[in-house]
Design a protein around this ligand. Structure first.
Ligand code: KG4
Ligand code: ZN
Length: 331
């Protein structure tokens, strides 16, 4: 079964065709990040305008070489995200569904991130699974009994991990998006200590996290140290975020004893986060197997949308798909 996936929830316009929820036949991602670099962050109206312009060329490239009869269904992100951006993908999917007379499968963007761990993987994850979804707007730990059966375990009470990278990068004068900028800056700093900034709630017994205090700590530090060693501060920020994510995940693995642990979302492209999870799994004797997506499927893409749709194939009539900016990972 070939599914055409469409993703436009934030600043990317993406289309992909995936066979049987696993094999990538095509994947195209156009980003308006260069535009947002100028403003230091996303301006929603400008993002949506770029997406309207990019949608048709991106689609054309993704389906080139294939016939419309080779496509069995259309999947589109319907939330969460920016409303103007979501509408571009949803309305495009509706149009194709109507004109081609193909089923349409609505996809939750956060759930789709988890499915990046199924893409081109020989032995896919088995259930039950725990997943840590770390993106620009969300930080969720969830327990999956099977496809479509998702229980919220914990997550951030304030800023998302990606947001913490983006906001602290801005304080340091590093370009948007902040995650890759901080990671690159941190690379040149070598120290074993890395304990300048707090890891709030790390020792609590629940799975809640908090990242907004980090922004304040960095702000206060920079006020007192107006000419900081940027590489050092970047490394300290990265370590504080990574420690919190790994620490809470460790607690959740010990409690839920899953058979798979799935890292997902844009922040899962972070090399230090990956390294610390690999260390954890080689140190502890967990029954769970660790899955980390290929970095090109960590950040927003349409392959994960088509893959999630294959494993949760619940088509609706084109008139019944509505963009929902505040969708949560559980519904
Ligand atoms: O999942 P994603 O591509 O988009 C959303 O759904 O939000 O995640 C974007 C987030 C941004 O906050 C970005 O700074 C972060 O992922 N990110 C990273 C890295 N690459 C992207 N954070 C840390 N290290 C990276 N290498
Ligand atoms: Zn995302």
């Amino acid at each position: 079964m070939n599914i055409l996936g469409i993703e436009t929830s934030c600043d990317e316009t993406a289309a992909a065709i995936v066979e049987d929820g696993k094999k990538v036949l095509s994947s195209v991602v156009a980003s308006s990040q260069e535009l947002h670099k100028k403003t230091g962050g996303i301006v929603p109206e400008r993002a949506a305008r770029e997406q309207i312009k990019s949608m048709v060329p991106v689609l054309k490239e993704a389906i080139s070489g294939l016939n419309k009869d080779d496509i069995d269904a259309i999947a589109a992100t319907y939330g969460p995200g920016l409303i103007g951006s979501l509408l571009v993908g949803v309305e495009t999917a509706k149009t194709l569904s109507l004109v081609w007379n193909k089923p349409i499968i609505p996809v939750n963007h956060l759930v789709a991130h988890i499915y990046s761990n199924w893409v081109e993987v020989g032995n896919p994850p088995v259930f039950p699974a725990l997943a840590l979804v770390v993106s620009g707007g969300h930080t969720d730990l969830v327990y999956l009994k099977e496809h479509g059966d998702i229980e919220y375990v914990g997550g951030t009470r304030d800023d998302a991990a990606g947001e913490a990278f983006d906001k602290t990068a801005r304080l340091l004068g590093l370009p948007y998006p902040g995650g890759p900028s901080i990671a690159a800056e941190a690379e040149s700093f070598e120290s074993k200590k890395l304990d300048l900034f707090p890891r709030p709630m790390i020792n609590n017994d629940n799975f809640d996290m908090s990242f907004s205090g980090l922004k304040t700590s960095v702000y206060n530090y920079l006020k007192e140290n107006p000419e900081p060693n940027k590489a050092e501060i970047a490394a300290e920020i990265q370590e504080a975020i990574v420690d919190t994510l790994v620490g809470k995940s460790q607690k959740a693995i010990e409690k839920y004893k899953p058979r798979s642990f799935l890292l997902a979302g844009g922040v899962s492209a972070n090399a230090r986060l990956r390294e610390k999870f690999i260390d954890l799994f080689s140190r502890e004797n967990y029954d769970a197997k660790l899955f980390i997506p290929n970095p090109k499927y960590s950040t927003d893409n349409a392959v994960m949308i088509a893959t999630a749709a294959f494993h949760n194939n619940h088509p609706v009539s084109w008139a019944d798909i509505t963009a929902n900016p505040s969708l949560t990972i559980e519904n």
